[in-house]
Design a protein around this ligand. Structure first.
Ligand SMILES: [Zn+2]
Length: 245
């Protein structure tokens, strides 16, 4: 099963990164956006998996389901939390991003201390829960389904004079593509939905939220500026009626 995943990847990723068409990138981003907004329940994971069965390896989904059904934290949600931190700009040192891209192991950062300690503690707890619950799972399986699982490569390129990032799974390809255009990663100020903007002017997730924002602006204006205006009008009216007398 795992071998199959590995075999399948090069073609799809070649498509995703090298001969990437707009449609390929759009579908990667659509999956990433859905993942970022995914709920925490078993049914949320299952719905995501059904729509994007190859975004993560099979084992990764299986693990998430196993732990969720037991009411435990899991790598599906853990990874989602890391992504949200990056998306919201709460990853100044790029530690979470490095783990998401697979260029760094989660445990490396935890042992080094710093602001990744909470995530590392969760990581360790999830790993031990997975070992305890998954009777048929080996430590290797856990490792595969955890974060050490998808080590990506960063290869130096002498000719190009730069490094080339080589993702292992579609999720990494999607995160990498978004990192290269990180201005697109936004959070709707009205409903807090995570969005990948198609153009710089896109601020809201939907027409409904844009309308709600406009109504809020109008209301705020009415409350502040409107009050001053109304006061002026009342004063002017009083003056006028005063003169008449
Ligand atoms: Zn919204």
């Amino acid at each position: 099963m795992n071998e199959h995943m590995v075999e399948r990847k090069p073609n799809q990723l070649a498509l995703a990164l090298n001969q990437r068409t707009d449609a390929d990138q759009k579908s990667l981003w659509a999956a990433l956006e859905m993942f970022a907004n995914c709920g925490d329940q078993v049914s949320d994971l299952q719905a995501f998996r059904q729509q994007h069965p190859r975004f993560f390896p099979v084992m990764f989904y299986d693990h998430g389901e196993l732990l969720l059904k037991a009411g435990k934290d899991n790598f599906f949600n853990w990874r989602k939390r890391l992504l949200r931190s990056v998306w919201e700009g709460r990853d100044p040192e790029g530690k979470r991003l490095a783990v998401l891209l697979g260029t760094e192991e989660a445990s490396n950062y935890g042992f080094k201390g710093g602001d990744f300690q909470a995530e590392e503690a969760e990581f360790v707890a999830i790993s031990s829960d997975a070992l305890r619950l998954g009777e048929t799972l080996t430590e290797g399986d856990i490792t595969y389904a955890s974060d050490r699982l998808f080590p990506a490569r960063v290869n130096p390129d002498w000719q190009a004079g730069s490094f080339r990032y080589k993702p292992t799974i579609d999720f990494q390809a999607a995160v990498y593509a978004l990192m290269r255009e990180s201005w697109r990663a936004r959070v709707c100020p009205i409903c807090r939905r995570f969005i990948i903007a198609s153009k710089p002017a896109n601020i809201y997730c939907s027409r409904d939220c844009a309308i709600a924002a406009r109504q809020k602006r109008d209301l705020d204006y009415w409350r502040s500026e409107g009050r001053t205006l109304r006061l002026k009008r009342t004063k002017a009216a009083r003056k006028k009626s005063g003169k008449k007398k």
